[in-house]
Design a protein around this ligand. Structure first.
Ligand SMILES: NC(=O)c1ccc[n+]([C@@H]2O[C@H](COP(=O)([O-])OP(=O)(O)OC[C@H]3O[C@@H](n4cnc5c(N)ncnc54)[C@H](O)[C@@H]3O)[C@@H](O)[C@H]2O)c1
Length: 367
């Protein structure tokens, strides 16, 4: 028997065990109000993470009702603290490896740890998140008729032999290495998205995201931009893996969120996959030097051995995104880095303020 339940603060979303919930007056009223405003009910999985929280900000600002589903593995409620009292956002703690029954108009599937240190922590769970998670959410899209967006990755190209990477390149991926749980998991998820589209006419949108950076990246996630900034601000040596000649291209978060929203709003026949990223390519050494310059840090650069399967070249061809979405990044690297440095600087200062009284108390206790 279906029943209305309150789960994680979600009252009007009509969660139930079989997906067929009778309409309640409260729901009908919300539905009518939303139809008048052209607002949608949007599910964001991984909504408490770096990209997910910025996406929630954007969708809420546009007047939509957002349900954030997250297991809080790498995300945090703090990333959404600005919406604590906002009825447009509901947060549900849930792991997408398990089925989910809610009624929504659109689904953005961002749930998956994105940095190697986190996705390698429990590689089997990473595969489950990508594969079972995709099946569960595609099943939800199929049942409800919702449109569904998949946060895929440039990692589907592996260590590419074609440069820059275009969407028709099938990639060069190690299926058995330490990055495979993520790379192959995301590749399988893409397969599932296109199978559900062909077999069940589910409206899908697959984005291949290249390196994105900005405020709310985690301080300890080992990604190159956050690593370098935190090391520079703390006066610690900047660690470069390899000789620093490997290239990357970095897209600022607001540009990426704009692309997500445009892709979701594109005509149903356009499913992707589409590369989203900044085509401006630089070496990792150049990035380190730029961050040293912008922070005024005197940190030394140290070189360490390259981890296995680290890609040498990474740069998107964004011709398709330009043509189909009218999109290209606008935020200049320097501008984006300054905003990100300010964010980490404030975070580190706050951490020091909290640590110092505790240290003083400890020192007093030990005389
Ligand atoms: N940031 C990038 O540069 C980048 C590049 C390529 C692809 N992506 C993809 O974009 C998405 C978001 O990346 P991000 O940088 O915001 O990472 P993130 O780690 O900050 O966010 C991921 C979020 O998903 C949640 N999550 C993880 N596994 C889950 C599960 N099984 N069930 C429910 N929630 C789960 C985490 O707690 C976190 O809030 C990921 O799918 C990632 O693969 C990101």
């Amino acid at each position: 028997m279906s029943q209305k339940r309150i789960h994680g603060g979600v009252a009007v979303w009509a969660l139930d065990g079989c997906g067929a919930t009778p309409r309640h007056t409260e729901e009908e009223l919300e539905q009518q109000a939303m139809e008048q405003k052209k607002a949608k009910r949007i599910l964001v999985t991984g909504g408490a993470g770096f990209l997910g929280s910025h996406l929630c900000d954007r969708l809420i600002a546009e007047g939509h009702s957002v349900l954030c589903v997250d297991n809080f593995h790498t995300g945090s409620r703090g990333n959404l603290a600005q919406h604590t009292l906002n009825p447009q956002l509901k947060v549900m703690q849930h792991d997408i490896v398990w089925p989910l029954h809610v009624r929504v108009d659109e689904i953005y599937n961002l749930a998956c740890p994105a940095s190697p240190v986190h996705y390698q922590h429990d590689p089997v769970h990473t595969v489950k998140t990508n594969v079972y998670g995709a099946i569960n959410l595609l099943g939800l899209a199929k049942r409800t008729g919702a449109k569904i967006f998949q946060a895929s990755t440039s990692e589907v190209y592996g260590d590419p032999k074609v440069h820059p990477q275009k969407e028709d390149y099938w990639g060069h991926v190690n299926p058995t290495g330490i990055r495979s749980c993520y790379d192959e998991g995301k590749r399988c998820a893409e397969t599932l998205f296109f199978d559900y589209h062909r077999r069940y006419a589910v409206r899908v949108k697959v984005a291949r995201i290249f390196n994105t950076y900005g405020p709310r990246m985690q301080i300890d996630d080992g990604r190159v931009v956050s690593n370098f900034i935190v090391q520079a601000l703390s006066g610690m040596p900047i660690t470069i893996y390899g000789d620093g000649s490997q290239t990357r291209s970095f897209c600022y978060v607001s540009d990426m969120i704009e692309a997500f929203v445009r892709l979701m709003g594109s005509p149903d026949e356009f499913c992707g996959p589409v590369n989203l990223g900044n085509p401006h390519e630089m070496t990792v050494l150049e990035l380190a030097e730029k961050i040293l310059d912008l922070t005024g840090s005197r940190s030394q650069i140290v070189f360490k051995p390259l981890p296995s399967d680290d890609p040498c070249l990474r740069r998107p061809d964004i011709g398709l995104a330009k043509e189909k979405l009218g999109w290209e990044p606008r935020v200049h690297l320097e501008e984006g880095l300054v905003r990100t440095i300010e964010y980490f600087d404030a975070l580190l200062r706050k951490g020091r303020r909290q640590v110092q009284p505790a240290q003083a108390a400890m020192a007093a206790m030990h005389g």
